[in-house]
Design a protein around this ligand. Structure first.
Ligand code: RAT
Ligand code: ZN
Length: 437
């Protein structure tokens, strides 16, 4: 406890220290514990080529952000997509390393992230020695390595994305009810298809034994509610989540589009009955260039008015929301001023760049004070937790220090405890408290 007040000259150092020392609960990642298998066994058990835990330098280099970037450097007329996808993971990583790190300066945020990660792990990026990095990773035990990465990144809990319509993942939950039990990870039920493609989802649900049909009859909707309840029970998801296209609209009680009916009659009632929030990530236009795989999606402007309608019409539901388009950010932040059941979070994907994180965090703090969740990592590769949080912490600290300096200039004198309280809210308890309701 330190209620000692601080001088303006100490602000920057104390804020940076508080942000660095505050463990973060990462509210959205695509990471998994070893129980979901890993393609890189390292010094642990057997490799599982379809395993869901991705880690190590080859995964870092073949992150879909970098696949998209390498196709700027070596376009498809020089390296046809099919040839790239035929390569082994290591060959793909070699290609990306050569083209983006050796033949060109690794200026982009995703490139820089690989270097920060290596450096914080104690490897030397100036060696430019991919083979050497590979042998270091090959000596790690994956489960111990999770601890190590969490310690370096100062992440206390990793939230998964448990995609119930992903065959690989679904089968792992069915085969082993304990697959999600690692306490370092928190489960989240992700069910995009229910809202994006009711007809396709209904077909699968009926194959899986639920009485759900394309026609959204009462029986069909009850079948879908039962499906969600069963999977919330199975996964113990701490919230429900979807990613939605820029065209997503919710037009209120009379809106009869199949996605809106599923939202109104299935998703929101079940989450309300369980007391769980609903996370909407809005603005990803899927597969504008399918040849790039996961890197083939783009951004489009979305409709904040639909979010307002949901927050107003469903006061018993709590909504996490992030949007992908920079153009939506101001309106979304204002929406959060109107409804306490809306929690804005993160600088998602193409917004996860220093200039935009700075801009968004500053605007959100000016409009919302400390009542938002500034960042999530969206890490797909375990090791990325290191750079995503390292880079974001620096930016969040800078904004918070500037705001404290402004307050000091207005005659407000903060204590060290005040600053630590801010850091805790931003990196941990705003999420935890919103979950608790
Ligand atoms: O940021 C990403 O890695 C995207 O590919 C998506 O996974 C997005 O974050 C999502 O959760 O849909
Ligand atoms: Zn994601």
């Amino acid at each position: 406890m330190s209620t000692a007040t601080i001088a303006p000259s100490q602000i920057e150092e104390l804020v940076t220290q508080a942000i660095n020392e505050q463990p973060v609960w990462d509210m959205h990642t695509h990471l998994y514990p070893t129980s979901f298998g890993t393609p890189l066994a390292g010094a642990g058990g057997a490799a599982d080529p379809q395993g869901l835990l991705l880690w190590g330098v080859d995964e870092l280099l073949t992150y879909h952000y970098l696949v998209a970037e390498v196709y700027r450097a070596v376009p498809a007329n020089k390296l046809p997509y099919a040839d790239f996808w035929k390569m082994s993971k290591q060959e793909q990583a070699d290609h990306i390393w050569r083209e983006l790190f050796l033949e060109r300066t690794p200026l982009s945020e995703a490139c820089r992230g690989v270097l920060t990660t290596l450096e914080r792990l104690g490897l030397d990026p100036s060696d430019r020695d991919l083979a050497g990095y590979r042998s270091w990773f090959a000596e790690q035990d994956p489960s111990d390595y999770i601890d190590r990465v969490m310690e370096i990144a100062n992440v206390s809990r990793i939230t998964m994305t448990n995609a119930v319509f992903d065959e690989n993942e679904r089968n792992r939950w069915l085969a082993d009810p304990q697959v999600g039990a690692d306490p370092r990870f928190a489960p989240v039920l992700r069910f995009d298809n229910l809202l994006r493609d009711w007809a396709g989802a209904a077909k699968l649900l009926s194959e899986w034994g639920y009485e759900v049909y394309e026609e959204q009859s009462d029986a069909s909707l009850e079948g879908a509610r039962q499906f969600l309840r069963d999977w919330l029970d199975r996964t113990q998801g701490i919230y429900g989540a979807v990613s939605l296209p820029p065209s997503f609209r919710y037009g209120g009680a009379d809106d009869q589009s199949s996605g809106s009916v599923a939202l109104r009659e299935v998703v929101l009632p079940v989450l309300a009955e369980r007391g769980l929030p609903f996370a909407m990530m809005i603005g990803s236009q899927l597969q504008v260039n399918p040849s790039l795989g996961d890197g083939g999606d783009t951004v489009g402007k979305s409709d904040v008015a639909s979010v307002l309608t949901l927050c107003r019409d469903f006061p018993n539901n709590r909504f996490f929301c992030t949007m992908l388009a920079r153009e939506n950010q101001h309106e979304l932040t204002v929406a959060a001023r109107k409804f306490g059941n809306l929690m804005v979070f993160g600088c998602w994907w193409f917004l996860n760049n220093p200039s935009l994180i700075d801009e968004l965090t500053r605007m959100r703090m000016e409009l919302l004070g400390p009542t938002f969740i500034p960042q999530h990592s969206d890490a797909r590769v375990l090791d990325q937790l290191i750079y995503k949080w390292d880079h974001s912490r620096q930016l969040i600290a800078k904004v918070l220090a500037d705001k404290h300096a402004d307050l000091a200039a207005s005659g407000w004198v903060a204590s060290e405890d005040d600053i630590r309280r801010d850091a805790k809210m931003l990196l941990h308890s705003n999420f935890e408290n919103f979950l608790a309701g």
